[in-house]
Design a protein around this ligand. Structure first.
Ligand SMILES: *Cc1c(COP(=O)(O)O)cnc(C)c1O
Ligand SMILES: [Zn+2]
Length: 403
């Protein structure tokens, strides 16, 4: 019995290959590395039916994940989040089959726990004792907590403006936490220098190959939950773009295994905020990579990434699937957050709200047809960001009656 069919790492830019049994960071050409599996053996040995009696977590797909020995798995039960039908708001948007993949239910309240679970587990397997990373909040929180569970020391640098709760999560987990008066790109430079000085593992977005493997399980789950019939469109709030690259990778792997019905992949949509839309600008111009977005700003903090290392992979996934990239302004996404709560009872995060607003916009433009099946990723829980909701509450004195 083979637990993982991981074979090696490869560079999607220059095709150089690397040994997956050693710690690796970027390719010598500067590109992120991706994980390859022995697809031939896997196709022979693995069947969808084998999933039936497995645990309801992302580890149900262990053959297509990089951890070789189950004893290194560091899990808090992440994954297999519900695919919730959103009939009322779907009807209002004129989308007949609108679904939300609700990542707010994952440990730590965001889908970053998927990347952390697989990334930390593999780091443990490779003998990592200390790691460091810059973050916009949620990734730092998830990696701090999973690192604590694995007995790994985490050093985290995040912008002072990152959601308050995420610092609390890092602190309670015992991480070495630093705040920077700046953006995630500034945090990245500080972490980069520390890594050069001391020999610690760089867990920055896409600078280690395994976070994406955790995030790709969203794509595996969507396909399994729809009985291997993929939807027409998947909308994803895009910062570093790891989730989108991961979903694309997952769907291609399933296609290779022959598990998908039909041979069309969903059109992948990268959703960004108007205050930080480098991927959208690049896509509009048909470019293969993006430009640094100066003075980026948005209430959807998780997608405030002015220049993503994997931008060329995000753009490629969009082009290959006939997808698109779309920007939504903060007022519109906050309005949509309210709509989703009032019509569906779901308190989605601002990033997820941006994806709902983008679905509405693309339906209006006719890019999405009313009879298409559409999946929106809600990447985190709204309760992690109470400050994005404006309150207007009357205060009563004891003995008052309601006005
Ligand atoms: C990090 C994050 C995103 C963006 O994810 P990427 O994979 O970096 O594009 C979206 N939403 C939330 C809530 C996040 O924390
Ligand atoms: Zn390379």
């Amino acid at each position: 019995m083979t637990f993982s069919y991981v074979s090696h790492l490869y560079c999607p830019r220059c095709e150089k290959t690397y040994d997956a049994s050693k710690k690796q960071q970027l390719c010598s050409c500067g590109s992120p590395l991706l994980v390859a599996y022995d697809m031939e053996r896997l196709t022979e040995n693995w069947r969808p039916e084998q999933l039936h009696d497995r645990e309801q977590s992302l580890w149900r797909y262990h053959e297509l994940l990089p951890v070789n020995d189950p004893k290194h798995i560091t899990s808090l039960g992440e994954g297999m989040t519900p695919l919730v039908s959103m009939d009322r708001i779907g009807q209002e948007m004129d989308i007949a089959a609108l679904f939300m993949k609700d990542e707010g239910l994952v440990p730590t309240g965001s889908f970053k726990a998927r990347g952390a679970a697989v990334g930390v587990s593999k780091a443990k397997e490779l003998g990592v004792e200390e790691l460091a990373m810059p973050t916009n909040g949620n990734a730092g929180a998830a990696w701090s907590l999973y690192a604590a569970r694995a007995g790994i020391t985490a050093t985290i640098v995040m912008p002072v403006d990152a959601p308050y709760i995420t610092r609390v999560e890092c602190q309670i987990a015992g991480a070495n936490l630093f705040l920077v008066n700046g953006l995630i790109s500034d945090a990245g430079k500080i972490v980069g220098e520390e890594i050069k000085k001391r020999n610690i593992f760089d867990a920055s977005t896409l600078k280690e190959p395994y976070r994406i493997e955790g995030k790709k399980t969203m794509g595996l789950e969507i396909a399994e939950q729809l009985d291997w019939n993929v939807p027409d469109v998947i909308l994803y709030p895009t910062g570093g773009g790891v989730g989108l690259i991961g979903i694309y990778k997952a769907l291609k792997e399933l296609q290779q295994l022959g598990w998908l019905t039909g041979n069309k992949l969903p059109r992948l949509v990268a959703v960004q905020a108007e205050g930080c839309a480098p991927i959208v600008e690049a896509w509009k111009d048909g470019k293969k990579s993006s430009e640094f977005w100066p003075n980026s700003k948005t209430a959807a903090f998780g997608i405030n990434v002015p220049k993503a290392l994997g931008d060329f992979l995000v753009l490629d996934a969009i082009y290959q699937t006939d997808g698109c990239a779309v920007a939504v302004d903060d007022q519109t996404l906050l309005e949509e957050q309210k709509n989703v709560a009032r019509m569906e009872g779901a308190f989605v995060c601002p990033e997820g709200a941006a994806a709902f607003a983008a679905a509405r916009k693309l339906r209006k433009q006719g890019w999405i047809q009313s009879n298409e099946q559409v999946v929106v990723l809600n990447t985190g829980a709204g309760i992690k960001y109470p400050e994005t909701v404006e309150l207007d509450i009357p205060v009563l004195e004891p003995g008052d009656s309601l006005p």
